[in-house]
Design a protein around this ligand. Sequence first.
Ligand code: PEP
Ligand code: MN
Length: 332
Amino acid sequence: MIIHLIKQTGIEMANQIAFENKAFLIEKEDKFVLISSSSQKEFDSKYNKYVQDSFVFPNDMQLASKDYMSTTREIQWGNVKIGGNTNNTVMIAGPCSVESEEQIQESSALLKELNLTMLRGGCYKPRTSPYSFQGMGLDGLKLLAKMRKEHGLAVITEVRDATHVEEVIEYSDIIQVGAKAMYDQGILRACAKTQKPVMIKRGFGSTLQETVQCAEFVLSGGNDNVAICERGIRTFETKTRFTLDLCGVAYLKEFTNLPVILDPSHAMGHAYGIADLTRACTAMGVDGLIIEVHPDPTVAKSDASQQLTHPQFKDLIKTLQPVATAVGRVIV
Ligand code: PEP
Ligand code: MN
């Protein structure tokens, strides 16, 4: 249940009511927001004089629900806004991993050439094997910060576990919670305490409900700036790396107020399908796309097979705006 209390309730009384209802309490400029379990359907009438609004829900998808907020939440992502009344589809691009200054400079130059503003690049890589490249860590984050300073780009980079979450929060403009890290409570709770935007990637074995509930951990701690990224789920199919769940995307758009970002690169796992998939994703009218592109994918230290070359990415970009226009969107 979500209850809005008028500001005149005062912080002490709001805390007492939150305590009695085992609720989270978020103080906003104009109200207090209490969030308790969705199993609570009623509220003690003795507090009625403080209540501005109340909302009940069939399950714990509450702050993220369209029943609570009927439009997609508006989030400032670097220099661009997504969600709300905007019709922006933000294009995030860059390598899977930050590998060297030379490499990330080349990626930044590509974005600048295409008038794009959002650079991706992992520094803490959640690899399937301990013997593979694990990322440059803090040195990589510093390179991303340098790209922001030199080129005015906003940077998004992933957090693998709670040991370096504070570093990622400090250095990134948008915090990416990786698919394998989605359930990490240390990460989610740290993300709840900042106001920086967070993009949670859906775990490849996670349901939509579970994914949205991870977003609820961040939202209920007071950070309103959460988006979900669909990056493919595991099915019986093995010819492609994962299966991009576009039905799930339709569900998220219909029932949640979270901006939705689509990641065709990790879903496909092979460069050959990325352009077609990206156009299909764009046609769904989503809030953003995240694509892996590398100056020389053949020598990439992670996800080599799925990264586009710069010419391939440029060709793709040329074809996207007409698709976006057809569904009332602008690629930014
Ligand atoms: C990535 O974005 O490089 C990545 C590791 O993605 P995911 O968490 O979706 O596997
Ligand atoms: Mn990757």
